[in-house]
Design a protein around this ligand. Sequence first.
Ligand code: B16
Ligand code: MG
Length: 227
Amino acid sequence: MGEIKGLVFDLDGVITDTAERHYLAWKRIAHRLGIAIDREWNERLKGISRTESLELILAENPTLLLDSEEKAQLLKEKNAHYLELIAEITAADILPGIPELLEEAKNAGYRMAIASASKNAPLILERLGLSAMFDAVVDPESLKQNKPHPEIFEKAAQALGLETQECIGFEDSLAGIEGIKRAGMPAVAIAIPIFAEWLPDIEVTATRELNLKEIVREVTMKERVEG
Ligand code: B16
Ligand code: MG
């Protein structure tokens, strides 16, 4: 592996706590359909696209047969409620430790990208006052495959003009960790309770524990040992 030159961040749950707002918006839709979801169940929606999230919720009640118009209406309502929930977000909603990490990375010359499944990512970055911090934001509409497929992370590295192995990926979802690892990037997992097949290189329980120098040192050493 070459030197680490880039950092690729998921947005929801890594840069800001919009993951909770996605959950609340989905919970309302699910409740209307007579389906109960809780935070533990919601873990499987993290990093998953809007359309796929609805399908996973609907699969909880196979007797519900909705046509494509009804589904489109639910997707519209979910996003409208989500937009209400993020209407007031400001820089104060950036997760602890993230402003310092981004500042340090910028000053150290790392190139930085956002690899979020969210179509609302540019709007959220704008509201957080972070748009200028990133060299690239991958457009999820440009993807052929969603997380856990590695495409979004490959595109992020490409947009930075780097190899995937030269970047570190930061994620709060199992789907994201799988995507990062399949892209050949070292992965940092943030607040993920349990892992499945794909393991991260580094795990922290909260963003405030992220230490850029330590992370870069650890993934570089790990790569030297593992080859
Ligand atoms: P939207 P991330 C993902 O963002 C969320 O984790 C996921 O819960 C959401 O369904 C998805 O974005 C799509 O978001 O409805 O705003 O397009 O974690 O990849 O930054
Ligand atoms: Mg996320």
